[in-house]
Design a protein around this ligand. Structure first.
Ligand code: HEC
Ligand code: HEC
Length: 620
């Protein structure tokens, strides 16, 4: 059997009716509901700033193909009668949850630092897709063609549809299914090689005027090499497939994936080292968090584990496929394609000016306000009843509402540092007390990482001189620190500027197995709820666990203003979230009579009280 057929089989997306004519099982994806009107909510960003955030490259090449290949791929489908549409078609990508974005050439719109080049969105790709210009591979030094990667907006831009209006929300959780999308790209590549006629069209698109039979043959060779590489990786990662918990729409096991990308994939080929030791499954998927206000939190991530904004962002960029040299000691180790300057500017745009200067209030990306003309007006009487309930039952953990003066004088704000910035110490609740799924809170402290000794990572114990071992959190902090320091050194960044780019905070990690309670401004736009997205609506979250849905579908973008969440009925291509699977547990954070603790955070609420609270939360 030929290599390409093997690859097709291994993606488990097809069955064979015969060796020469594979019948492919095409991934089912939901259909797009019709949209009559699109509205970006007002969140204190200019259109230029927003566009820049949507498409600025952070140095990642997330997809395994050059930029020009991605544009030339056809949708994975098997109809021999007609030519499939292009994979990069916005309407098609919308079915995976990506948000269309206008075609606009690059200039420096929105960039505060005019030294930066911004490539815009020259081919009209969705929000969150960005072009990584040609640059040398840090491992080999060889020039790489333009690549295509995700930027923050791919995972942190929300869309809520209601009766034909599509509300677009910066910083809100994406309703994308990246797993389905990854499979589609791999399948599209495999079909380009295997399905008669497809390679010829692909080659003409990629090569354009440079098309010759010889160039086409070279291209086919490169395609086959890439497919073999994908296949090889797949064979290894399949060995831990039984540990995976499906992520589906709106979720990603970001932290485990960062560990696997940096300590497995990026270490393949390291001399005298077998990277397989660092492979684990993705067993703790989380809902994309919303990222307004987060610069000002002392600790971020659901488990309040990471302090420094630069570490958080550079670690994420590595996880999303920025290239780094961890395997070739003859070239500078830790040199990477991470866009450190861009990451800093992105963070500044999110943070805004000091919230304690002038009139207190967040001055960067603001949480969205409930649009009454689209989602219905807020009932003032019920809202005021809800306010009293919030004070009684929520405020001790989630703090006073952000739009009240007492929030800004709360004792949870630290005293100012030398940069006169004050950070917010959020309430941290041990998992035994909050009772929600423990998976995410265990990752950084429990997962063990082994590294080749030549990487010279401090603070880990040496084992027979060739490898060092440590907990994931500690090792990641050390490795990402070396990557950013390598960039600072190369660009001669002065110590004071490094401080500012680091967000004036040391690179600390804490692994306390807790979850943090954050302020609830804009929470209406962030369903599904809890860190793992296991509770679809606010109404269900305010209900005892046995009243919460045990199985529901994610992938709908149609909103339910009464229950405050997305509609959950299932249809073709949606993701069925089964809350009985560890990683998906919908326990805890419960309002039930009896003793507090052990998952119960407050008394049982009547149906009216749940709706009153929802009415109040709409006003935050
Ligand atoms: C591929 C998807 C993806 C991309 C791209 C991405 N993030 Fe995230 N981000 C996540 C997920 C998932 C989490 C939650 C991880 C956890 O806590 O377990 C997260 C967490 C965060 C947090 C912490 C939020 C909190 O509540 O504590 C911030 C802040 C953040 N991201 C900002 C960014 C920025 C800025 C970028 C771009 C520089 C970015 N993210 C790129 C998926 C992504
Ligand atoms: C004992 C402290 C505590 C109390 C009291 C409390 N919460 Fe929470 N809340 C938390 C913690 C901790 C989390 C994070 C849990 C997780 O994600 O696993 C959380 C998460 C949430 C979330 C999900 C946020 C997200 O990103 O998905 C919502 C919504 C919420 N709380 C609303 C409320 C409301 C409304 C009340 C009052 C009726 C309340 N909480 C009372 C501690 C508390």
């Amino acid at each position: 059997m030929k290599t390409h057929s093997m690859l097709l089989i291994s993606f488990a997306l097809l069955s064979m009716t015969g060796c020469s004519m594979p019948t492919l099982y095409v991934p089912t994806i939901p259909h797009n509901p019709p949209v009559k009107e699109v509205r970006w909510l007002e969140q204190n960003w200019s259109p230029d700033e927003r566009f820049w955030f949507h498409h600025v490259s952070q140095g990642t090449s997330t997809l395994p193909v050059p930029y020009s290949w991605f544009l030339a791929l056809e949708q994975p489908e098997l109809s021999s009668l007609s030519t499939p549409g292009l994979l990069s078609d916005s309407e098609y990508l919308r079915r995976y949850g990506f948000i269309p974005s206008p075609k606009q050439a690059g200039n420096d719109v929105g960039s505060q630092d005019k030294r930066l080049t911004f490539y815009g969105n020259p081919d009209g790709l969705p929000v969150g897709f960005s072009k990584l210009p040609a640059s040398p591979d840090p491992v080999t030094g060889e020039m790489q063609p333009d690549h295509i990667g995700f930027t923050c907006a791919a995972c942190h831009t929300g869309q809520i549809e209601y009766r034909g209006t599509s509300l677009r929300i910066d910083g809100a959780p994406a309703m994308t299914d990246l797993g389905k999308f990854r499979n589609a790209v791999a399948l599209a590549l495999a079909q380009t090689d295997a399905v008669p006629g497809r390679f010829g069209r692909f080659a003409k698109r990629v090569l354009g005027e440079a098309y010759t039979a010889e160039h086409a043959t070279q291209l086919q060779g490169k395609l086959k090499t890439l497919l073999a590489k994908i296949q090889q990786l797949k064979t290894i990662t399949d060995t831990v497939a039984d540990q995976n918990v499906e992520e589906g729409f709106a979720r990603l096991d970001a932290i485990n994936r960062i560990g696997t990308q940096v300590f497995f994939t990026d270490l393949l080929g390291a001399p005298g080292f077998d990277a397989k030791v660092n492979l684990t499954g993705n067993n703790a998927p989380v809902n994309y968090p919303h990222i307004w206000d987060t610069y000002w939190f002392t600790w971020v991530e659901y488990d309040a584990s990471i302090m420094q904004p630069m570490f958080r962002n550079a670690g994420e960029a590595l996880g999303v496929g920025a290239k780094i040299n961890l395997v070739n000691p003859t070239r500078p180790l830790y040199k990477s394609t991470v866009g450190v300057q861009e990451l800093h500017e992105i963070e500044q745009l999110l943070a805004g000016k000091n919230p304690h200067s002038g009139t207190p209030g967040f001055k960067g990306l603001r949480s969205p306000l409930w649009p009454e003309d689209v989602l219905g007006s807020i009932d003032q009487v019920r809202k005021e009843r809800g306010r009293a309930l919030y004070q009684e039952l929520c405020q001790s953990c989630h703090l006073a509402p952000v739009n009240e003066a007492s929030f800004w004088t709360d004792k949870h704000w630290q005293t100012p540092n030398e940069a006169r910035e004050r950070y917010l110490d959020l309430v941290e609740v041990p998992i035994a007390e909050i009772g929600t799924d423990p998976g995410q809170a265990w990752i950084l402290g429990k997962r063990q990482i082994t590294l080749p000794a030549y990487l010279d990572v401090l603070g880990t114990s040496k084992d027979n001189g060739t490898v060092v071992k440590g907990t994931f959190g500690k090792v990641l902090a050390a490795v990402v620190d070396k990557a950013t320091t390598s960039w600072y050194d190369e660009h001669n960044i002065a110590p004071a500027d490094r401080d500012s780019m680091n967000g004036y905070r040391p690179n600390l990690i804490q692994t306390k197995t807790i979850y943090k309670a954050r302020p609830l401004n804009g929470i209406w736009a962030t369903a599904p709820f809890l860190h793992n997205g296991s509770v679809p609506t606010m109404y269900a979250l305010l209900s005892p666990v046995d009243e919460r849905p045990r199985l529901f579908c994610l992938g709908n973008r149609e909103y339910d203003p009464a229950q405050m969440g997305y509609r959950t009925q299932c249809s073709d291509g949606m993701f069925r979230l089964d809350t009985s699977i560890p990683g998906n547990l919908n326990s805890g954070h419960e309002f039930r009579n009896g003793r507090s603790g052990n998952g119960v955070v407050g008394r049982e609420l009547s149906h009216q009280e749940r709706y009153d609270l929802i009415e109040f939360l709409k006003s935050l």
